[in-house]
Write a protein that binds this ligand. Structure first.
Ligand SMILES: [Zn+2]
Length: 463
């Protein structure tokens, strides 16, 4: 059998593995390349993949870099099942719908310009109608249950602990009377993180495709990050200004709300107005509440008993633009959570525009900020930034916390791999930049005496 890498090789986006046996063809993930024009140009389905001839697609989770090319796969003629957990079906639907809306709006804006300049018009990468078709092809599967995917291939989804619905995928492939166990880690979460269950490592594997996003890093302990977060929130309240927290809609928002609820419950802070100013984060938070069966025991109990709801009695959601604009006129102290997580778009920019110039404002950056993003500049301590075409002086306090990551670090990755190392599997490192992959490969060799493989984009591996 062969596995070809159609993405996430020596980089962190575009996850897509193409598995071919004598009797079947499968895709594991079908993600979008993100982050730069060069990468985004690769967002198509290679003809060599033969979309019409695939037996099945399996999704590890609903982040766009794992499911964002599905609409194009459908356009290329794929009509079969897309196997997902219940949580992934919900998250992927939310994320793909949002991405399609943005794609259609961006294309329309570009085409207005092109019409004026008499240039040829462009088409969106995908449309809302195509994302609807993707969701119709979702086929729900339970965690920890083997099921048949294609002739000679059985699959099982196991907990990955990354976001709602996330799974690692185990495949049992029978070929020439031989059975081989393949494991695709997907994105892995951390042990003992709030809300999420711990990742569930595979015990048996002949081949492991292991993500390496933070293969070169050790996260600060979560307890330390939470203490820093509490100190900052108390400081923001004392300043009586607005506390602005740019957040990613899925995962990070729920984690931050969970911590704020805990602080109010423990009387670390008195209840204060908290605004969730992001339609997508509001929808994601509702999904997390609805799928509480897939959360850890504490999160489950807080949700079911209504405790979380009563802790967050001062939480208000802002769905409309008018509700968002009304926040300009409220007095502090107040906490505002708004997207986009990387401060490159969304309502957070409008809050920045009005509040960064005020010394009472506190900005807490809780997520990864790419090079060149406004968030990255703010953490670096710039004295002014350009927002929506206007130059704004930064007089607010800005703090960055990098311990909230939903990704396993080097220690977690080694721990996850451990149970299956006795069987001496082939370990293939993917979903990481070269430096992370090299560092993780070194540690795996040191710890388990296994030499990892580091394939390039398009590599076809034989097993
Ligand atoms: Zn992910």
């Amino acid at each position: 059998m062969y596995v070809t890498l159609y993405g996430a090789a020596e980089e962190v986006t575009g996850s897509c593995y193409f598995l071919q046996t004598a009797t079947a063809k499968l895709l594991i993930d079908c993600g979008m390349f993100q982050g730069s024009k060069r990468l985004e140009l690769q967002n198509r389905i290679p003809a060599s993949l033969g979309a019409k001839t695939l037996n099945g697609v399996l999704l590890t989770h609903g982040h766009l870099d794992h499911c964002g090319r599905l609409p194009q796969l459908i356009k290329a003629g794929y009509t079969g099942p897309i196997f997902v957990t219940e949580g992934t079906a919900a998250i992927a639907k939310l994320i793909l719908t949002d991405a399609a809306k943005i794609e259609e709006e961006d294309t329309e804006r570009e085409n207005r310009k092109r019409r004026r300049e008499k240039l040829p018009l462009i088409k969106p990468l995908f449309r809302l109608s195509e994302t609807r078709q993707v969701c119709q092809q979702f086929h729900l599967v339970e965690y920890y249950q083997w099921f048949n995917v294609a002739p000679g291939i059985d699959a099982q989804f196991i907990e990955a602990g990354h976001i709602l619905g996330s799974a690692s995928i185990m495949l049992k492939v029978t070929e020439d009377n031989q059975i081989k166990n393949l494991v695709f880690s997907g994105d892995l979460g951390r042990w003992d993180a709030p809300i999420m269950l711990d990742p569930s490592p595979p015990v048996e594997a002949d081949v492991v495709f292991l993500e390496s996003t933070y293969g070169d890093r050790i996260h600060p302990p979560l307890a330390q990050t939470l203490t820093e977060f509490e100190t900052l929130i108390k400081k923001g309240i004392a300043q009586k200004g607005k506390i602005l927290i740019p957040t990613f809609a899925v995962g990070r928002t729920q984690q931050i709300l969970y911590q704020l609820a805990s602080m109010i419950r423990r009387k670390v802070i008195a209840p204060l107005p908290i605004y969730l100013d992001s339609p997508m984060a509001i929808a994601a938070t509702e999904l997390y509440a609805k799928h509480v069966a897939f959360m850890d025991n504490e999160a489950k109990e807080l949700q079911i008993t209504g405790q979380l709801h009563s802790d967050l009695a001062t939480l208000k959601t802002c769905l409309t633009v008018e509700e968002s604009k009304a926040l300009n006129n409220i007095d502090g102290p107040a906490i505002i959570l708004a997207g986009a997580g990387m401060c490159n778009a969304g309502r957070i920019l409008h809050h920045f525009l009005r509040q960064l110039n005020s010394p009472e404002t506190l900005v807490i950056i809780v997520g990864y900020q790419a090079k060149g993003s406004i968030g990255r500049d703010l953490i670096a301590g710039v004295s002014q930034v350009k927002i929506l075409g206007e130059t704004v002086r930064v007089r607010a306090t800005v703090a960055g916390l990098d311990g909230f990551s939903a990704h396993a670090d080097q220690k977690d990755l080694l721990r996850w791999l451990h149970p299956c190392t006795a069987g001496r599997p082939r370990v293939v490192l993917t979903h990481g930049e070269s430096h992370s992959i090299d560092q993780l490969a070194y540690q795996i060799d040191e710890t388990y005496k296994i030499k990892c493989e580091k394939p390039k984009q398009g590599a076809k591996l034989q097993f």
